[in-house]
Design a protein around this ligand. Structure first.
Ligand code: 13P
Length: 255
């Protein structure tokens, strides 16, 4: 069975003291819900402080991005070597990085390979824009993003990758995909593509998250969908009450 995951992407929010305080509050609020993987992804600057705050906690830490090289002349970037030992997960190819920082399927693939080479679990984001959705291109776009992101991976490596389906039109808009819509894309397009390039077993063993305007009100219905294994949460992950409620609701559903 695929273990459910509630991953909070804090994006460019929280100063170091604020991040540490939120992490401590989350650590206390989700203690005991061990049948859910709780992950928080603060900004890179906050990672050491948050790691210290999470000592002895079941809450895992993730980064929001990284470069693929171990070191070098890449001003402003952080490398997998720097993240190793600090985080367990790294978000790769978030639509905001693709949109504002020119990330391509090719750089996403390099980062996925680098993450795995350093023992980090990549959370790879895929998803279609509103225009692509309206012109019925979602399946083709997402399927290609999945294929390109995983280029060069063996079927043994794929279940070590987490894929997050985040339709761009649902991110930060308050307009979540319907649970059925989200599940259909996770099932037919994301898992279907994995089955097509690898095999059904690989597809069944890989966790697929949904992201886009999830909160404590809609997470129950979303997590009842068989092909959705968790959520990549933006805004609602910045408040301990809503994030902890999402973990609690998921934990109840998986009992
Ligand atoms: P919201 O939950 O704020 O829509 O953000 C989703 C997201 O982009 C998570 O990576």
């Amino acid at each position: 069975m695929r273990k459910p995951m509630m991953a909070g992407n804090w994006k460019m929010n929280k100063t170091i003291p604020e991040a540490v305080a939120l992490a401590k509050a989350i650590h206390d609020a989700v203690a005991g819900y061990n049948n859910v993987d709780s992950v928080i992804c603060p900004t890179a600057l906050c990672l050491p402080g948050v790691q210290a705050a999470l000592q002895g906690s079941s809450v895992a830490l993730g980064a929001q991005n990284m470069h693929w090289a171990d070191s070098g002349a890449y001003t402003g970037e952080i490398s997998p070597l720097m993240l190793k030992g600090l985080v367990s997960y790294v978000i790769i190819g978030h639509s905001e990085r693709r949109q504002y920082f020119n990330e391509t399927d090719e750089t996403v693939n390099k980062k996925v390979l680098a993450a795995l080479a350093h023992g980090l679990t990549p959370i790879v984001c895929v998803g279609e824009s509103l225009e692509q959705n309206k012109s019925n291109q979602a399946h083709t776009v997402i399927s290609l993003q999945v294929q390109d992101a995983l280029n060069g991976l063996t079927s043994d490596q794929v279940p070590s990758v987490i894929i997050a389906y985040e339709p761009l039109w649902a991110i930060g808009t308050g307009l979540a995909a319907t649970p059925e819509q989200a599940c259909e894309t996770c099932k037919t397009t994301v898992r279907g593509t994995l089955a097509q390039i690898y095999d059904n077993e690989t597809a069944q063993n890989t966790r697929i998250l949904y992201g886009g305007s999830t909160n404590e009100k809609n997470i129950g219905e979303i997590m009842q969908q068989l092909d959705i294994d968790g959520a990549l949460i933006g805004g609602a992950a910045l408040k301990v009450e809503s994030y902890a409620a999402m973990v609690r609701i998921t934990s109840e559903l998986y009992k």
